[in-house]
Design a binder for this molecule. Structure first.
Ligand SMILES: C[S@@+](CC[C@H](N)C(=O)[O-])C[C@H]1O[C@@H](n2cnc3c(N)ncnc32)[C@H](O)[C@@H]1O
Length: 139
């Protein structure tokens, strides 16, 4: 899920408070950690291209035009996984923060970031599971 904040002058400053994970949140994290290796080939493909595409059908952004102009915008990618969407946004001038509960997904994200020489550090462990709002602003 992407949340694109309205333009503003000052950078966001904040932190997530540490908390114990519930049993189901731990199970969710462990499941994502356990299958993280399956996402490595996708991460390698997607980090290696600038062609934005969406979802399991890989629908090209050029067909659907859903991505607003993100240059100069603050963007949070909740459940960023290997963070290739955040990488695409950073290359388009956004200031993304990718948050994920799975350390193993984030390890792949950091490896990709190192390989592709991205200077910005936008990958963050979620100290508590993200709860998606019923509706999320996109602009
Ligand atoms: C299908 S992957 C999506 C990765 C990427 N955003 C994409 O579009 O390809 C879902 C990611 O969400 C993370 N995730 C699942 N539940 C979460 C939660 N409650 N809080 C934070 N991250 C979560 C998983 O670890 C996984 O990396």
């Amino acid at each position: 899920m992407l949340v694109v904040a309205p333009p503003r002058d000052a950078p966001a400053v904040g932190s997530l408070s540490a908390m114990e994970l519930s049993e189901h949140a731990r199970a969710n994290r462990d499941a994502w950690n356990g299958r993280a290796h399956e996402d490595v080939p996708l991460a390698e493909r997607q980090w290696g291209t600038d062609q934005v595409s969406w979802g399991i059908w890989n629908v090209p952004e050029t067909q659907v035009n859903v991505l607003p102009d993100v240059a100069g915008r603050d963007v949070v990618e909740l459940g960023c996984g290997t963070a290739y969407v955040s990488a695409w946004l950073a290359r388009r001038g956004a200031r993304p923060v990718g948050i994920d509960v799975s350390e193993n997904q984030l390890a792949t994200a950091r490896a990709m970031q190192a390989r592709h020489g991205s200077s910005s550090s936008f990958i963050t462990p979620a100290r508590r599971p993200c709860r998606c709002p019923a509706t999320a602003p996109t602009s």
